[in-house]
Design a protein around this ligand. Structure first.
Ligand code: ARG
Length: 719
């Protein structure tokens, strides 16, 4: 009894110790002890070492926005299906529909080159704060500060030793209080090796996205190639598979509740140290605007996609990416509300104030900080709302307006009388337009425009562009009529009209574009925004940057007892925690693992999200799981952990205490999507595909078991 009570009291303390996206080079100093207490069996420098092979050598940033990892000595790369989706769909045709049916290279010769895909590894990282901030003083205004830093960074680049094939990346951390340098190596010959059908790799699609329990086999395989010296090289038939300095063994042992896990990858962006006022603004002002706009756009697209399979194929990838952030923002808003993030942040601020009041020096320096931060956020509010309204409406969700914005400067060269400059770019623009027309169905885009333009006219301040859009609609007899007029008369909405203009006389093209109704509308919308909103936004943002940098630094001094990890910024990080279920609400407990049985529970024959391939059903019926079954004989699919992850961690390996791959990160749970702003260890969980499910699909489902020959498969637990 006593013991249970003690453990119960200790539990929140233990849990609160977790969370964080830590710098690999500081693990020994900041984390090793805690990681070992949670079960880690490695040393910090097995995970990151600058001068000898370590686990970091197996981890790469995949194509800029995801993570991938080496799982063989021959450059085999594992990442998510949704990370490889661009490559998979790009090579799909009606005859070879790799999205629908999956793809498996049965030999090296069958692998498909994927121009544009990249794998970036980190050679080493260094703290360059002292050099980056050399000559920077507190008295400097933001512009002078930045120009001093830019000069310093240029100097650091010159002075840093690197090989010819390496590159240097320098990034601000802790809101600009520190700077770190990364020496990177980027491989560009990346080839598609394998992908399950969408009914496995995207099972549950948008309905299940951001939700637990989850049953998605979200993985794909690529291979990285290098030249004969193992260095980056453009695609060539002579290239050889990359021999990485380290690759991850894959464990068949699986995980149990409470097991240590760590996730190594490239998280994109978090904002964990904002004021309560900023959190409130996200939850109550900016997220609602973005969610509402995307909600309208998605509903409109969905209507068309359901009625026309061709539109469905054309829009599937665009729809998924718009829906992904839409759903996350919604979950984030709800999470911030439900778990009282603002009130908790206010308590934290009260403690901050209590502490600075006890220290005369801090009191002088920091007394005004929070009030000024709060005031600036308040001043920012209408501009932030206008910014999100403008960007989401026109640039993100109406395709033809995005096009117009991209063409504006070029058309201006014609208007300015510089015909040679205008003519010189026609070919390039023509190529871009061909791509844009492939991705756009004018009827769909027109419907989205009509709905969003009406919303914009109602919600945007009249003098910031709202009045202009409203008057245009009134002039033409309503928003539908305005849309009809634009899409019927623009060259940007009609491939044939564009083609004949682009093939003709440059002067005639310039004249037509300069009067094109879509470009005219775009200019009418962007002018008041550029003139009235942007300058104020920039001024306030620069003030916020300064205050947030000071507040970050103040928090680190005042809460010396707390460990601070730097917000995610697309650089290599390690997060660790335990395999753990959670309780989403009173009396409900979610278990930490799902199984193939659950896939069949969700099965809806013929459904676009929940269909199941026949072969998988057969394997399930026969319980033909080979060596991949869990000890209870079931086939594990996905599991949860307390690892603190975000967008960009997709495709990151989940490693066990010895550095073996046990899972593949791909999502977070609904109640915990607020973790980018407010990580709460009680509720925030990352979702990983079980490594055994991945191997099972490769071997038993796809019959590509030969790929396992080059992997290192670990069986049985080493004590
Ligand atoms: N939510 C995950 C992430 O943010 C998965 C997204 C891909 N899946 C989808 N249904 N859109 O990337």
């Amino acid at each position: 009894m006593k013991r249970t009570l003690f453990l119960l009291l200790l539990l929140p303390v233990l849990l609160s110790a977790q969370g964080g996206m830590w710098l690999p080079m500081h693990l020994e100093k900041q984390n090793e002890k805690e990681m070992k207490s949670l079960g880690l069996k490695l040393e910090a420098d097995d995970i990151y070492a600058p001068n000898r092979p370590s686990i970091k050598d197996a981890i790469c940033q995949f194509s800029g926005g995801c993570t991938g990892e080496m799982i063989s000595p021959e450059g085999l790369l594992l990442t998510n299906h949704h990370c490889g989706f661009g490559a998979i769909s790009e090579h799909s045709t009606l005859e070879h529909n790799y999205v629908e049916d999956g793809f498996w290279a049965m030999s090296r010769a069958d692998e498909i080159p994927c121009p544009g895909e990249t794998a970036m590894f980190i050679s080493r990282m260094e703290d360059v704060t002292a050099l980056a901030l050399l000559g920077v003083t507190e008295a400097m205004n933001e512009r002078d500060r930045q120009s001093q830093i830019d000069k310093n960074l240029a100097q650091i680049r010159v002075n840093t030793k690197k090989e010819k094939w390496e590159e240097i990346l320098i990034r601000p951390f802790y809101n600009g209080n520190q700077y770190f340098l990364f020496v990177t190596v980027t491989y560009t010959d990346v080839r598609l090796v394998g992908a399950p059908p969408s009914s496995i790799g995207k099972f549950g699609a948008d309905t299940d996205n951001w939700v637990w329990p989850r049953h998605t086999g979200d993985f794909s395989l690529f291979r990285v190639y290098a030249d004969k010296d193992n260095r980056p090289a453009p695609f060539s038939a002579d290239n050889r598979p990359l021999r990485p300095a380290h690759f991850l063994p894959i464990s068949l042992e699986g995980v149990a509740e409470g097991d240590f896990t760590m996730v190594y990858g490239f998280p994109g962006r978090t904002d964990e140290y904002l004021s309560a006022s900023a959190l409130r603004q996200t939850a109550e002002v900016t997220n609602p605007v973005r969610v509402d706009i995307r909600d309208k756009a998605l509903k409109t697209m969905d209507r068309f996609m359901r009625n026309d399979p061709a539109i469905k194929i054309q829009y599937i990838s665009r729809f998924a990416s718009i829906a992904n952030a839409w759903k996350k923002w919604l979950g984030e808003m709800q999470g911030l509300q439900t778990y009282k993030a603002v009130a908790k942040r206010q308590e934290y601020e009260a403690e901050f104030v209590r502490r600075i009041n006890q220290n005369p020096d801090w009191k002088i320096r920091y007394n005004n900080l929070l009030p000024r931060l709060n005031q600036t956020h308040k001043d920012m509010e209408p501009y932030a709302e206008a910014r999100d309204n403008y960007l989401e409406t026109f640039l993100r969700n109406v395709q033809v307006m995005g096009l117009a914005s991209g063409l504006t400067n070029w058309v201006k060269t014609y208007d300015d009388g510089n015909l040679p400059a205008f003519s010189a770019k026609i070919k390039e623009v023509d190529g871009q337009m061909a791509g844009a027309f492939r991705e756009m169905n004018p009827a769909v885009d027109k419907a989205v425009f009509a709905v969003l333009a009406e919303r914009f006219a109602k919600t945007m301040r009249p003098e910031w562009g709202g009045a202009y859009v409203k008057s245009e609609a009134e002039r033409l007899g309503g928003f539908d009529k305005l849309a009809d007029y634009l899409y019927a008369n623009s060259a940007l909405t009609n491939p044939d009209r564009w083609a004949s203009l682009a093939a003709g006389d440059a002067g005639a093209l310039g004249k037509a574009l300069s009067q094109d109704p879509v470009l005219v509308l775009w200019r009418g919308v962007s002018k008041p925004y550029q003139e009235q909103v942007v300058p104020k936004l920039q001024e306030l943002q620069s003030g916020l940057n300064l205050l947030q940098r000071q507040y970050m630094s103040a928090q680190m001094q005042v809460f010396k007892d707390k460990r601070f990890f730097p917000d995610a910024n697309g650089t290599l990080r390690l997060t660790y925690g335990k395999v753990n279920g959670y309780s989403p609400r009173d009396a409900v407990r979610y278990e930490f693992r799902t199984h193939l049985d659950g896939v069949l529970e969700k099965y809806v024959p013929g459904d676009y999200e929940f269909d199941v391939p026949k072969k998988l059903i057969d394997l399930w019926k026969a319980k033909d799981y080979g060596q991949y079954a869990a000890k209870d004989g079931r086939m594990p699919v996905a599991f949860l952990g307390t690892n603190h992850t975000t967008g960009g961690n997709s495709g990151s390996p989940a490693l066990d205490a010895r550095g073996n791959l046990v899972g593949l990160n791909f999502d977070r749970v609904w109640e915990g999507t607020m973790s980018d702003l407010n990580y709460d260890p009680a509720i925030c969980r990352n979702i990983m595909v079980d490594a055994r499910y991945i191997l099972f699909i490769i071997d038993k489902y796809a019959g590509a078991g030969y790929l396992l020959n080059e992997m290192k498969i670990v069986k049985g637990k080493r004590k």
